[in-house]
Design a protein. Structure first.
Length: 150
């Protein structure tokens, strides 16, 4: 990856709706070169998706909860079961396997406390491998930066 690739990635992370002509002007290249490089970055898995970021509150999802989860047993099959369940759960917008006191950190986005309570009852209390969890209700999203510095 060279400096031009980095400039392209920075520009696309700020706005992925640029035409190749506009992108070329932003990064100092030709549209054809930008198109080839973007396609190569996608093929190599550097660019993993093109999405629109949506304000959760605009969809009635005004509650974000950070949950730490400690598993009872750390057998590979049980860990994989938990990962699979979290990937399939629509309320979980992010899930990280971590080191330290917890095994996982979840970011949950729901309508309200009642919806979070339903999530807890159906996804955490029912999993026999969840030893304990702690939740933190967010008061203010101070920074949300889904970009990677390149």
């Amino acid at each position: 990856m060279d400096d031009l690739d980095r400039r392209i990635l920075t520009a696309l992370q700020n706005n992925n709706r640029h035409s190749f002509a506009d992108l070329a002007k932003l990064v100092g290249s030709s549209p054809a070169s930008c198109m080839r490089r973007v396609n190569k970055l996608r093929a190599k898995g550097v660019i993993v998706g093109d999405i629109s970021l949506v304000d959760p509150k605009a969809l009635g999802k005004s509650l974000t909860v950070i949950v730490t989860v400690e598993l009872d047993r750390e057998r590979l099959d049980l860990v994989e079961n938990f990962k699979r369940a979290m990937r399939a759960t629509k309320e979980v917008t992010q899930c990280y396997m971590v080191t330290g006191d917890a095994d996982f950190v979840l970011i949950i986005t729901v309508k309200d406390v009642e919806a979070f309570d339903a999530f807890v009852k159906t996804k955490l209390y029912t999993d026999p491998n969840v030893r304990k969890f702690r939740s933190m209700i967010t008061l203010d999203r101070v920074k949300f930066e889904p970009r990677i510095i390149v």
